[in-house]
Design a protein around this ligand. Structure first.
Ligand code: FES
Length: 110
């Protein structure tokens, strides 16, 4: 059986905002600098009026050492942005032009 459901967002970015204490053995995206990046992402999406792009903060996505991590659906592309410029590039290239930013893609391994 297959379901045909409408796509709600053209792109939906799930952004790990998990915080763990400094020195925790798992690390966390927050201690890797995630929060300012996700703030920038939300600002950019709002200021560019990309109403069909969703940005949602999440808990741990399971690959903490690779953080800061975000995953974009429906493509299932995982990004590891480090700077505000990286975020701006993802917004312009991926969300506006439809071209994923290859240099920022990571492939987490289970
Ligand atoms: S803390 Fe972000 S993936 Fe685990």
């Amino acid at each position: 059986m297959s379901l045909e459901l409408p796509q709600v967002y053209r792109h939906h970015a799930i952004c790990c905002a998990q915080q763990r204490p400094p020195g925790h053995p798992h690390g966390s995206c927050a201690t890797s600098g995630a929060h300012p990046l996700w703030g920038r992402l939300s600002e950019q999406v709002q200021s560019r009026q990309l109403a069909d792009v969703g940005v949602t903060a999440s808990g741990c996505l399971g690959f903490c050492q690779a953080g800061p991590l975000m995953v974009v659906y429906p493509e299932g592309i995982w990004y590891q942005p480090r700077t505000a410029a990286d975020i701006d590039e993802i917004v312009q290239s991926h969300f506006v032009e439809g071209l994923p930013v290859e240099r920022l893609i990571v492939v987490p391994h289970l």
